[in-house]
Design a protein around this ligand. Structure first.
Ligand code: GTP
Ligand code: MG
Length: 202
């Protein structure tokens, strides 16, 4: 599985405004700054297809990127960005939830979790919500290149990953698939593309 072509198609704020060509899509979601846009760029081997910034809250719409003219990667706004005005935050939550519940071409939500830190309450809540609503989900652990640091709980990415899976076990009938990644080393890139290919062939 290789990406030979990737292009930005459009930004939408409502599910109804998303592309209507029926191609299958995979949505990247996760806490602000978890590395959604970086992962997208890594997957398509482009440095700046999706905008990356040190400042959280950069991505504020539903952004559709068409890959190989046959499927979409969708970059969604991050959640849990405390510095955003409350009004904006609830608006994001509303339109992303509507998108998850009503977007019929959505094959799987890629929930991104930072593997360099211990599980955050808001990530567990998000995973729980997806489980309750039976939205198909893949766990994508990001920043697996980062070494353990005392101030981040002193655990290796592998340990944070297994802790997280243990914590969400009760939310799902069958444990969601999971992939460890890094946008710095491109770890997990081929695995994600293979996963996408497998899901598209169902
Ligand atoms: P929002 O759009 O604000 O929600 O953020 P985002 O989830 O799109 O995060 P983004 O890709 O903009 O990355 C946020 C920060 O994390 C940037 O400083 C990235 O360079 C850094 N980062 C992202 N992925 C990785 C990774 O795999 N490893 C390391 N070490 N840093 C990463
Ligand atoms: Mg982003």
């Amino acid at each position: 599985a290789q990406v030979t072509q990737a292009e930005f198609i459009k930004s939408s704020v409502r599910t109804e405004d998303c592309p209507s060509d029926g191609l299958p899509e995979f949505a990247l979601v996760g806490r602000s700054n978890v590395g959604k846009s970086s992962l997208l760029n890594s997957l398509v081997r482009r440095k700046r297809l999706a905008l990356i910034s040190k400042k959280p809250g950069k991505t504020q719409c539903i952004n559709h990127f068409r890959v190989n003219d046959s499927w979409y990667l969708v970059d969604l706004p991050g959640y849990g960005y405390a510095a955003a005005p409350q009004e904006l935050r609830t608006d994001w939550a509303k339109f992303t939830k509507d998108y998850f519940l009503n977007r019929s071409t959505l094959v799987s939500v890629f929930l991104l979790i930072d593997a360099s830190i211990p599980a955050k309450k808001i990530d567990l809540e998000y995973a729980s919500w997806l489980g309750q609503n039976q939205i198909p989900m893949t766990l994508i652990f990001t920043k697996c290149d980062k070494r353990k640091k005392k101030k981040n709980g002193g655990k290796r990415p592998e340990e944070n990953v297994s802790d997280f899976q243990e914590l969400i076990r009760g939310f799902f009938e069958t444990a969601p698939p999971w992939i460890m990644t890094s946008s710095v080393t491109n770890q997990g890139r081929d695995e994600i593309l293979l996963h996408v290919a497998q899901l598209r062939n169902y």
